[in-house]
Design a binder for this molecule. Structure first.
Ligand code: HEM
Length: 512
């Protein structure tokens, strides 16, 4: 017996170092065989986290300048592929579209994404395919958007009416002042909430429900902007620093209750005699009608996930774009004047601009494109994650790598764009710039499904504001175009502007 134990320990003491040596050799052999992208020197445990200043897309851009357009980084334990080469970006989003169709599962977003079940957070699979099909085919399709045009028109008209009322007695010498950030955010939220559920939460009669909703949205965006180190250093997630997890759980419950209440209210209201629900056509109403014939596909859970996905993805993006485009207009009065001439030529001053006018306003479209080139609201798109090994730009990329595509840097590449940092809508005029590489809405399976909606909201808002009001800066100085941090790029300094109603539009504005 004693002999067997001795032999056993002898075997272990010889085998363990040999086994470790074999693992090490195999690891380094594997590493040698892998052709990984270049990578700056990293620190133990944190990897390259110390290089990441705010805003993230600019810090990553500087790393690229020193190490090349395809770089492999380490954010704590996560391997990150950062790409600023259009060909490599396309390779990821076309050739390897399915491989990169997953999302990284950040602990900080677990609760607010209902355990990664919303459209934007779900991995590629049955749940995502179902949500994505409903979003693109039923909710955000050309046909659905045509049906909801009246909602957007009413909201933009109401914004113009409120601005007009607030500017009572204002003139060039005594302009009124507008908080463009707040105005754009409330407008974008009202549009989305009315499309989802037929409700307005801002600018209407004060109700307890509206106040509760606003508090929920406010809390969400306050938490959303916070950078979360525990996403990269899991050890930090073992303690609930500042009670963030507790707050996320509570907020997630509130958001689900909100979405479920919408469903229940629609269910109680039931369809009208003509087959439509009493509050008019809404996304929740339409999906409940479909639930009647296919309860598994259109379950309450799916409807809740869609409400939250669209509320989340469709508000801050559009409102930031409105803010950026107005800031560019204020810094470039000649471009604003040119847009107004176009509006007056095409529409005149006897009626308000409508969504149907947008295709007839090519210069306005150029302004929108130029704004999205310089200020893509998602500068790194949304992070993707690979589900299998693949090669990008000839480099080996192991499965489980997070992908950040820096469209902000590529949209300002001097090799692709003349005077890349200059705001010049004319670069797109007369079909110029067609085929120029731009990707503000991404491409492939995960491409933004709300592009058409957002272009309508932003275009109609910009057109109406320029048509109805004269705008100026609140001081002599140029607007500071500094960028805030976060995955959605907003202006670091919230935009304010001075304005007064246009004389020629007074009768139209009075009739609103
Ligand atoms: C200017 C406005 C907008 C911009 C620039 C924008 C851009 C983007 C980008 C870059 C992505 C990530 C794509 C990727 O992962 O590769 C995205 C995803 C998404 N967007 Fe938008 N977006 C805008 C407005 C909207 C609106 C108005 C909605 C809906 C009402 C919307 C709904 C979504 C959803 C649901 C996703 C997630 C898609 C998925 O993961 O499958 N977006 N958007």
């Amino acid at each position: 017996m004693a002999e067997t134990a001795t032999l056993y320990f002898l075997f272990l003491s010889l085998a363990t170092p040999l086994l470790l040596l074999a693992i090490l050799l195999l690891g380094s052999w594997n590493k040698k065989r892998l052709r990984l992208p270049p990578s700056p020197p990293s620190l133990p445990v944190i990897g390259h986290l110390h290089l990441l200043t705010k805003p993230l897309h600019r810090a990553l851009s500087s790393i690229t300048a020193a190490h090349g357009p395809v770089v492999l980084l380490r954010f704590g334990f996560r391997r990150v592929l950062h790409v600023v080469d259009p060909a490599a970006a396309e390779e990821c989003l076309t050739t390897h579209d399915v491989v990169f169709a997953n999302r990284p599962r950040f602990p900080s977003t677990r609760y607010l994404s209902n355990g990664f079940t919303t459209l934007g957070s779900s991995n590629y699979g049955a749940n995502w395919c179902n949500l994505r099909r409903i979003a693109t085919v039923e909710v955000l399709s050309t046909h659905s958007l045509l049906r909801s045009a009246a909602v957007r028109a009413a909201e933009v008209r109401d914004t113009a009416r409120r601005l007009f009322v607030d500017a009572h007695g204002a003139s060039e010498s005594r302009p009124a002042r507008a908080d463009v950030k707040v105005l754009a955010f409330e407008l974008a939220l009202n549009v989305v909430a009315r499309m989802i559920a037929g409700k307005r939460y801002y600018g209407g009669a004060e109700s307890e429900e509206a106040a509760r909703f606003r508090e929920m949205v406010h809390e969400y965006f306050a938490m959303h902007g916070v950078s979360n180190l525990q996403d990269f250093l899991p050890v930090l997630g073992m303690v609930d620093i500042g009670g963030a997890k507790r707050r996320a759980v509570r907020l997630s419950a509130k958001r689900n209750q909100w979405a479920q209440r919408l469903i229940d209210e629609h269910r109680i209201a039931g369809p009208n005699d003509d087959g439509r629900r009493s509050r008019g056509r809404t996304m929740v109403g339409d999906l409940l009608d479909m639930q009647a014939s296919d309860p598994d596909v259109y379950s309450d859970e799916v409807i809740r996930a869609l409400c939250l996905s669209i509320l989340q993805a469709g508000t801050e993006t559009s409102s930031s774009a409105i803010e950026w485009v107005m800031a560019e207009m204020l810094n470039h009065p000649a471009a604003m004047a040119k847009a107004r001439v176009e509006l007056d030529d095409v529409i005149g001053t006897g009626r308000l601009m409508e969504e149907a006018d947008l295709p007839k306003l090519p210069y306005l479209q150029c302004i929108l494109r130029e704004t999205l080139r310089l200020h893509p609201t998602a500068p790194l798109l949304a992070p993707h994650e690979s589900s299998a090994d693949c090669t990008v730009a000839g480099y080996d990329i192991p499965a489980g790598t997070m992908l950040l595509i820096n469209v902000h840097t590529m949209h300002r590449d001097a090799g692709m764009w003349e005077e890349p940092t200059r705001f010049m809508p004319e670069r797109f005029e007369g079909g110029k710039g067609e085929g120029q590489w731009m990707l503000p809405f991404s491409m492939g399976r995960r491409r933004c499904p709300g592009e058409a909606l957002s272009m309508k909201v932003v275009g109609l808002t910009l057109g109406t504001l320029v048509q109805c009001f004269e705008w100026g800066r609140v001081s002599e100085e140029e607007i500071d175009m500094a960028e805030g941090s976060g995955l959605t790029m907003h202006m670091a300094i919230p935009l304010e502007a001075s304005y007064w109603p246009r004389e020629e539009m007074a009768s139209v504005l009075r009739a609103l």
